[in-house]
Design a protein. Structure first.
Length: 233
């Protein structure tokens, strides 16, 4: 202020103007520097991190089963299967099927039986809060002759089983749906299933870094400033 008093009024106004411009320039440069450093950190962090996925489910387990009233039909469970959903959807088939049937002789009209499938998931992973838990399912099916095609039909009464998980880490659901099948005489047929996963999304690493660097607030301020400028025009 002393420097201003020692100058004419016109120079005083110019001095105040220059001072204001210097302060704005300093604040602006600091603001931009913060943005630049934050974005640089994002690029470096993103190069070493994969996007977090919260909806993929990997299940591993085993199956056993019992056939009643159909002696010519036998079932072999799978001692170790695994399957992973992609974009929330997956399947259990091939080497990772839920076991297989074998029909030794042709069925008769009088054939009528049941089948009980027991499934145990020993290590669900990829779901927040699901690791370390054990899930079981018992699915019952009916066995009936298929005379026209020379085999038997197996129909599951409640083919879809749903499972839920919830704790401090997260919550969600995943389900398993077993498909009906036909077993031809003298041949084997596997039990296949579909799996789905669904849970609350978690922030990706870059989002977490934005929160840590405070750039989420910066982005909000930039949007507000841009909106104000448009309204004043």
């Amino acid at each position: 202020m002393l420097a201003c008093l020692a100058t004419p009024s016109q120079n005083c106004a110019q001095w105040h103007l220059r001072r204001g411009n210097i302060m704005k320039s300093f604040i602006g440069s600091t603001f931009l520097k913060s943005i630049f450093l934050g974005l640089l950190a994002l690029v470096m962090f993103g190069a070493t991190q994969k996007a977090a996925r919260a909806d993929e489910v990997t299940i591993a387990g085993s199956t056993t089963g019992t056939v009643t009233a159909v002696p010519q039909l036998t079932f072999a469970g799978n001692a170790s299967f695994t399957g992973t959903t992609a974009l929330g959807i997956g399947s259990l088939s091939g080497a990772n099927s839920l076991g297989s049937f074998f029909l030794s002789t042709a069925p008769t009209q009088a054939l009528s039986g049941t089948f009980t499938l027991n499934i145990t998931f020993t290590s669900p992973t990829g779901i927040i809060g699901g690791q370390g838990a054990t899930y079981t399912a018992t699915i019952v099916g009916s066995v009936s002759p298929n005379i026209d095609q020379g085999g038997v039909n197996i129909h599951f009464i409640s083919p879809t089983q749903s499972f839920t998980f919830s704790n401090a880490s997260g919550s969600g659901t995943f389900s398993l749906t077993v498909a009906d099948l036909f077993v031809e005489t003298g041949r084997s047929a596997p039990i296949t299933a579909g799996i789905t996963g669904n849970q609350s999304p978690i922030p990706e690493p870059t989002t977490l870094l934005l929160l840590g660097t405070g750039l989420t607030g910066v982005a909000t301020k930039l949007r507000q400033r841009s909106r104000t400028r448009k309204e004043n025009r």
